[in-house]
Ligand binder design. Structure first.
Ligand SMILES: Nc1ncnc2c1ncn2[C@@H]1O[C@H](COP(=O)(O)OP(=O)(O)O)[C@@H](O)[C@H]1O
Ligand SMILES: [Mg+2]
Length: 296
């Protein structure tokens, strides 16, 4: 049971937005796809969710019970928070009382109190709405959770709280997660495998597999790994970082407080090419994958 993509290509009209993407996600693993805006992340996620038809390449999704979390909370304004969380359960035919009970329990796990659960979406803060959207996905106990930049609008404190709650649930339930983000540090904090995408057309240009399990990572390690990734030429190119850099200056890793010397080409640079064989994108199998052996 897994999600497998091989040489997946996608075009809108004559514009190719995905130019041969391969990846694999096994049960209980967390995979983050990180890349700049417009590189095709949402398109890729929608292909995985079956919202778009595969035009070219191979996509096998053997997960039986996937759930999708969108970039915006997308709560129904005329339903209470609890009823919004219960929506998927009701759609599955669960009785209203049972669905509500599960919704309340999951809401509580995610920090929504009775007042918030009885409120309507417009009465909730952005952070509360995100908790509700996450609860609505997790209450379905998905074996695969597909997330499209779900925390992009949150401040770092709220983001950190929801990261923790997500990771705890993911660990306890063994949920597989495919998360799309443009936030490199978020990817490094959450994922077992980080795949960096570049645009024009969208393709995977680098794989990074942190050595320490996500729940055991501390800030220092996340900053260190993020800084390490920001030294990789393919990652820098994907985000257009070098184009912004004045000659002779250094760029700082976000939050790390450290400067990075002008990027030498690390031995770890991986450049999976469009259509590259899937095996090369498995953690540990990519010849040039960055793999930390120790952390701060
Ligand atoms: N339905 C669509 N029709 C035409 N072009 C689209 C459509 N959806 C996305 N695009 C274009 O495809 C490219 C990739 O979009 P998207 O997958 O949303 O990227 P990302 O999520 O990485 O920002 C962008 O240039 C976007 O404008
Ligand atoms: Mg997107």
């Amino acid at each position: 049971m897994s999600l497998l993509l091989q040489d997946v290509r996608h075009s809108y009209a004559l514009t190719e937005v995905l130019g041969g993407v391969g990846l694999a996600l096994s049960p209980g693993r967390v995979l983050a796809l990180v890349g700049p805006s417009g590189c095709g992340k949402t398109t890729l996620l929608h292909l995985c969710a079956g919202l778009l038809d595969v035009q070219e390449g191979r996509l096998d999704n053997a997960f039986a019970n996937p759930a999708l979390m969108f970039q915006q909370p997308r709560l129904l304004p005329w339903q209470t928070t609890a009823d919004n969380i219960a929506l998927g359960l009701r759609a599955r035919g669960l009785a209203r009382a049972d669905a509500r009970a599960k919704a309340h329990a999951m809401g509580a796990v995610l920090g929504l109190d009775a007042e918030a659960l009885a409120a309507y979406p417009h009465q909730l803060s952005g952070g509360m709405q995100s908790r509700a959207a996450l609860a609505r996905a997790l209450v379905l106990e998905p074996d695969l959770l597909l997330m499209d930049e779900p925390f992009a609008a949150l401040d770092i404190g709220l983001k950190a709280q929801l990261h923790r709650l997500l990771l705890r649930h993911q660990h306890d339930k063994g949920t597989a997660v495919l998360m799309i983000t443009h936030d490199l540090m978020e990817a490094v904090r959450l994922a077992d495998t980080v795949l960096v995408m570049a645009a024009g057309p969208g393709r995977i240009v680098h794989l990074h597999a942190p050595a320490v399990p996500a729940l055991a990572r501390d800030d220092a390690m996340v900053y260190h790994d993020t800084a390490e990734l920001l030294r990789v030429p393919a990652v820098r190119a994907a985000f257009g970082l070098d184009a912004l850099q004045d000659p002779g200056t250094c760029s700082a890793a976000p939050g790390a407080g450290a400067s990075i010397a002008a990027p030498a080409a690390p031995a770890s640079t991986a450049l999976p090419l469009p259509g590259q064989r899937l095996a090369a994108l498995q953690p540990g199998a990519a010849p040039g994958a960055t793999r930390k052996t120790s952390c701060g």
